[in-house]
Design a protein around this ligand. Structure first.
Ligand code: PEP
Ligand code: MN
Length: 365
């Protein structure tokens, strides 16, 4: 039933065309003419940032027409997505797309990639201490919020640009790449300059402008996109599609996006959120994009973080985003769910054992 609903949703084919910024209006007429259209039907055409035009069509478009569209003067590139196919879809037999995280790490290339650090950056000393400790325990990247989404407007909203500076210092000292959140298009530039991977948080999963601009950003930084806590798996994938269209518009070759399951809101109030374990195998079947788990925000309490993390890795997570601090009870934000260093070390060791066991090939014959 769900499958049928998704198929009907993608029942039209799409042609996506990237125009030069100063393309003459005649370029658009030529493109439409090649596609057999006399004008741009409003309900089927959509412009993104005045350069990318997407057109939904009832019929598939032959490859030579797509090539001719791409060759129109004033057009940079064109792409055809046949009916039932979107940029996030996993094609039969095609490989998954690992995403680089700094010069040495990748997510989705095997094992469990660990990203760890405080909920929010509080001082240079705090992030530097945590960076060195999580690296020593096996983390491949440091997380930490400089711009924090908060439910209450009176709660600590992050150190902003100062926090980004401290993260850069922590990278210098530890060599770990940085994952940090962009809350808004207005500071996307500042975040993209410092981050090795830009986090787009659950509250922004529906912010299509932020997603598209993050994809089209000239620095080409990869993104970690968190599932909104009341979004379906399919809505998460459609959100990723906005980012992937941005990448196409900017000419970035690699998909550069990692999905993150961080818990959805169910009826149980003993946990902060309910980690949707089924999301991992379902996403692995649907998309070529890597998937990580955030076990900290659903747990809401330290004691539940490791079991949730290991369950996620067993279910197919390519990595984990974990909140860790030297003295969690003193954290300015989310201390109750934050692991101390020794617990993170234990989690890191067990996660690799579970990843190996879960990905082991079944005995042949
Ligand atoms: C976070 O990772 O710091 C965070 C705020 O998470 P989420 O967007 O999933 O609530
Ligand atoms: Mn947090």
């Amino acid at each position: 039933m769900e499958q049928a609903r998704n198929m009907s949703k993608h029942a039209l084919s799409v042609v996506a065309v990237v125009f030069e910024r100063d393309a003459a209006p005649v370029a658009q007429d030529k493109v439409l003419g090649l596609l057999g259209l006399s004008c741009c039907p409003d309900q089927r055409c959509r412009w993104f940032e005045e350069t990318l035009l997407t057109i939904q069509l009832a019929d598939p478009v032959p490859a030579e027409i797509v090539a001719a569209v791409g060759a129109v003067p004033g057009v940079r590139r064109a792409l055809h997505l046949p009916r039932g196919r979107r940029l996030h879809h996993l094609a039969a037999g095609a490989p998954r797309s690992p995403v680089r995280l700094g010069p040495a790490a990748a997510i989705g290339a095997g094992g469990a990639t660990l990203i760890a650090g405080p909920c929010s950056v509080e001082s240079e000393a705090q992030v530097c201490e945590i960076a060195l400790a999580v690296k020593d325990a096996g983390a491949s990247a440091l997380r930490g919020g400089a711009f924090k989404p908060r439910t209450s407007p009176y709660d600590f909203g992050g150190l902003g640009d100062k926090g980004l500076e401290y993260l850069a210092r922590a990278r210098e000292k530890s060599g770990l790449p940085i994952v940090t959140e962009a809350l808004d298009t207005s500071h996307l530039d500042a975040v993209a300059q410092v981050a090795d991977m830009v986090q787009i948080g659950s509250r922004n999963m529906h912010n299509s402008t932020l997603l598209f601009r993050a994809g089209a950003h000239p620095l080409g930084k990869p993104v970690l996109l968190k599932r909104a806590f009341s979004a379906s798996i399919d809505e998460l994938l459609e959100a990723a599609e906005y980012f992937l269209l941005g990448r196409f518009a900017a000419g970035h070759a690699e998909p550069g996006i990692v999905l993150c399951e961080r818990g959805v809101r169910l009826f149980d109030d003993l946990l902060r959120f309910s980690l949707d374990i089924s999301a991992f195998p379902v996403l692995r079947a649907r998309t070529h994009l890597p998937i990580v788990a955030d076990p900290s925000h659903p747990a809401g309490a330290r004691e539940f973080v490791t079991p949730l993390a290991l369950a996620a890795v067993a279910a197919g997570a390519d990595g984990l985003l974990v909140e860790v601090a030297g003295d969690p009870d003193q954290s300015w934000c989310d201390g109750a769910q934050c692991l101390p260093f020794d617990s993170f070390r234990d989690l890191a060791r067990k996660a690799q054992i579970v990843a190996r066991a879960a990905r082991e090939a079944p005995p042949s014959g």
